[in-house]
Design a protein around this ligand. Structure first.
Ligand SMILES: C=CC1=C(C)c2cc3[nH]c(cc4nc(cc5[nH]c(cc1n2)c(C)c5CCC(=O)O)C(CCC(=O)O)=C4C)c(C)c3C=C
Ligand SMILES: [Fe+2]
Ligand SMILES: [Fe+2]
Length: 352
């Protein structure tokens, strides 16, 4: 068996987003290909994007993350050029891999902008990269993801810091305020085949512990399926109304722990909808920032890379689940949507 080449590059693997009004529909067509999502929901989400001029903040946030990472790579002596590829918008994976191939790159370490394991955030990206390598040809660089960082001390510290800052903005303390963690809802058929919920609950517990919050819950947002299909619940808006009906809520901090940056779903579902509901009900609400370019988060990505480069033998992880796997097992994060059949013919392919 031939020996693998050394790692010679870093790839930021992300979702992509529209950069103008005309991009919105083709972007959503990409996102929803093969997914059982009603057309009305797609049009509703298109309006959210158009409300912000059709520009998703996600691409700019990724550019900022790359700048911040470059500085930390330089400071930490990580000599890997940084590339960026997306699933749903330019720069697409195939174009980036072609560029890497032209630059003579053979083997990349990749960070996926998803902190929790599920089909969308893990296996689907691996399938996308396999397909892109197929387009580029035999000499396309190999791509290997670093482990999931949901319980990494750097991620937990960044999240706890952001909760504290949000609490301060409404003159509250996390110890005496209701704290809601939110994540993208997913179909139960996807949730049943992965550790998404388990990791989210653990991460939320660790963040709550780190900032001294005792009254917290994990809820979901951005549901897109038809009403007949079960998705993870409760929805953030229903949860706020129900809690406030039960015992009047004075203040609330919402941390979108399931998203690595403050993109459209966060801006619309939380900063518009949840904020409006809280205002109507007289609840003081603060939305904590997602990880973005928080120094502890950026340092965490460097640490995950250094582990794989063999520079550091330590694999830090808080709580009881331990460091997550470096290489995904064969059956990691499988999902076969029931309707309509997947464009790939249903059988998932495996890459690390
Ligand atoms: C079947 C599951 C999902 C549907 C349908 C879905 C629709 C949908 N999503 C977005 C925009 C974003 N989704 C993002 C993350 C994300 N989406 C799902 C699942 C579905 N989304 C999951 C499980 C996740 C988290 C894991 C991940 O892939 O990141 C993101 C954030 C991406 C990032 O890199 O931060 C966005 C943005 C739209 C517009 C949409 C259509 C209705
Ligand atoms: Fe999504
Ligand atoms: Fe996985």
């Amino acid at each position: 068996m031939s020996e693998l080449p050394p790692y010679d590059s870093f790839l930021l693997v992300s979702f992509g987003g529209p950069e103008g009004r005309d991009d919105v529909m083709p972007f959503l067509e990409n996102v929803l290909r093969g997914k059982n999502v009603p057309r009305e929901r797609m049009l509703e989400v298109a309006e959210h994007y158009k409300h912000f001029g059709g520009v998703s903040p996600i691409n700019e946030q990724n550019r900022q993350l790359i700048d911040a990472l470059q500085k930390r790579f330089d400071a930490n002596g990580i000599d890997l050029p940084i590339y960026w590829g997306n699933r749903n918008w330019e720069p697409y994976f195939a174009d980036t891999l072609r560029q890497m191939q032209n630059d003579g790159k053979k083997r990349a370490l990749a960070f996926f902008t998803s902190m929790f394991s599920c089909y969308s955030g893990c296996r689907q990206y691996r399938e996308n990269i396999i397909a892109a390598r197929g387009e580029v040809g035999d000499d396309a660089p190999l791509v290997e993801k670093v482990r999931m960082g949901f319980n990494h001390p750097g991620f937990i510290a960044a999240m706890a810091d952001n909760v504290r800052r949000a609490a301060e903005s409404i003159d509250q303390s996390p110890a005496t305020t209701k704290l809601l963690f939110t994540a993208h809802s997913i179909p139960m058929g996807m949730a049943d085949n992965c550790d998404y919920e388990k990791q989210l609950r653990e991460s939320s517990r660790l963040v709550a512990e780190a900032c001294g919050a005792t009254d917290w819950d994990l809820v979901y947002q951005s549901r897109s399926g038809p009403p007949s299909q079960p998705w993870l619940e409760p929805d953030v808006l229903d949860a706020i109304a129900e809690m406030d009906d039960g015992k009047k809520l004075d203040s609330l901090i919402i941390l979108p722990i399931g998203f690595v940056s403050d993109h459209m779903e966060v801006l619309f579902d939380l900063d518009e909808e949840a904020a409006q509901l809280c205002e109507e009900r007289g609840i003081k609400m603060a939305r904590a920032s997602s990880a973005g370019t928080h120094p502890e988060f950026v340092e965490m990505i460097c640490g995950l890379v250094q582990e794989r480069l063999g520079v550091s033998a330590d694999k830090p992880a808080l709580g009881s689940l331990g460091p997550w796997h470096d290489v995904c097992p064969q059956d990691c994060c499988t999902y076969t949507p029931r309707r309509p059949p997947s464009a790939a013919g249903g059988r998932p392919v495996q890459a690390n």
